[in-house]
Write a protein of this length. Structure first.
Length: 341
């Protein structure tokens, strides 16, 4: 039935056109209701050293809800300014923790965080490893995760995640009722985090990286932040049209912002930053995305980068949905080439 509905919608509404990149970026930002937010009243909550790394836990206000907390990691003795990277945590069906899934703070990670890392990240906190390569890395929480989670009446991580799973559609409805979207709010918060990172005197050019829901956030940053110099999207790119049959319900509401299909397909928005540098990692055994959708997405992105083919790098791997150590190292090397030049 949904495939038939897609045909009717396409005929009547003209879904998935191919707008030029700059026009698509402007129109998509308006359609998604991306909020214009800023990181206000930034505070250093605590600081620590971990061998060759220096870390800070920062907090700031975006104007609503609890204060955003973020980890800032950098080489302890390196002279700046250094290239910066916004490291974006995944969805992962786990909202009790956010930044901790990808970044170590001064405390040991919880058993729940360790499980997520083993499943998705090769067992390591990749933000710390990236900082050791000579970057200033900022890993912020975003709305509904970690420090930005809702009070749902449960204090145990597993129970909270179950409650948050049922609560996400409520968040999406409230965002829609307020003229924005879940994706628009998350993008606004990430834009504020990126602007803060660029404002630091110890930071030079800035890029971003993320897996899955974090890859979605990285793609939105790449589309809406003109100063985002290099973007890595891991295991989060497929065409919408190939996901209609059997894949829509597997994903967060953030992947389905209202109005976007009338402006372009998801890969169109991912590639709307062309000719600026973009790496997309495709996991061929990813159960969340159909391989034909990934192949179509790659072709669409290549077309948008036809005038700058060297700026787009596709990484194909016969792996499940993940950002494992091998793919992390590929991303680190690519970010170094793009941001340290």
């Amino acid at each position: 039935m949904f495939a038939e509905l897609a045909e009717v919608a396409a005929a009547q509404l003209g879904t998935y056109p191919s707008l030029p990149g700059p026009e698509l970026r402007r129109a998509a930002r308006a359609a998604m209701g991306v909020l214009d937010l800023a990181a206000g009243d930034v505070r250093v909550e605590r600081s620590w050293t971990d061998g060759d790394l220096a870390g800070e836990e920062l907090s700031w206000s975006v104007g609503f809800g609890p204060r955003t907390h973020a980890y800032l990691l950098r080489p302890a003795d390196a002279a700046g300014p250094l290239p910066g990277v916004v490291a974006l945590h995944c969805h992962g069906g786990m909202k009790w923790a956010g930044k901790e899934k990808i970044a170590d703070g001064p405390s040991e990670p919880s058993p729940e965080v360790r499980r997520v890392r083993e499943l998705l990240y090769g067992g390591r906190a990749y933000a710390n490893e990236l900082a050791r390569r000579g970057f200033v890395v900022l890993a912020p929480d975003v709305l509904t995760w970690g420090s930005r989670r809702f009070p749902l009446g449960v204090d145990e991580p597993g129970a909270y995640d179950a409650a948050a799973r049922d609560h996400e559609h409520v968040v999406a409805k409230y965002c829609a009722a307020l003229g924005t979207s879940f994706a628009g709010v998350a993008a606004g918060e990430d834009l504020a985090a990126a602007a803060y990172l660029r404002s630091r005197p110890d930071v030079g050019t800035v890029g971003c990286v993320g897996l899955s829901g974090g890859g979605l956030r990285a793609a939105l940053l790449g589309a809406f932040d003109p100063d985002m110099r290099a973007v890595v999207v891991a295991a989060m790119v497929s065409s919408y049209r190939d996901m209609i049959d059997g894949y829509v319900e597997k994903h967060t509401w953030m992947l389905w912002p209202p109005g976007l299909p009338r402006l372009g397909d998801w890969p169109d928005l991912v590639a709307a930053r062309a000719p600026e540098p973009l790496m997309v990692q495709y996991a061929l055994r990813d159960r969340l995305f159909p391989e034909p959708g990934m192949r179509r997405a790659h072709t669409m992105i290549e077309e948008r980068y036809r005038e700058a083919p060297d700026a787009y790098e596709a990484v194909w791997a016969d792996v499940p949905h993940s950002f494992d150590v091998t793919r992390q190292e590929q991303a680190f090397d690519w970010l170094a080439q793009r941001l340290k030049a």
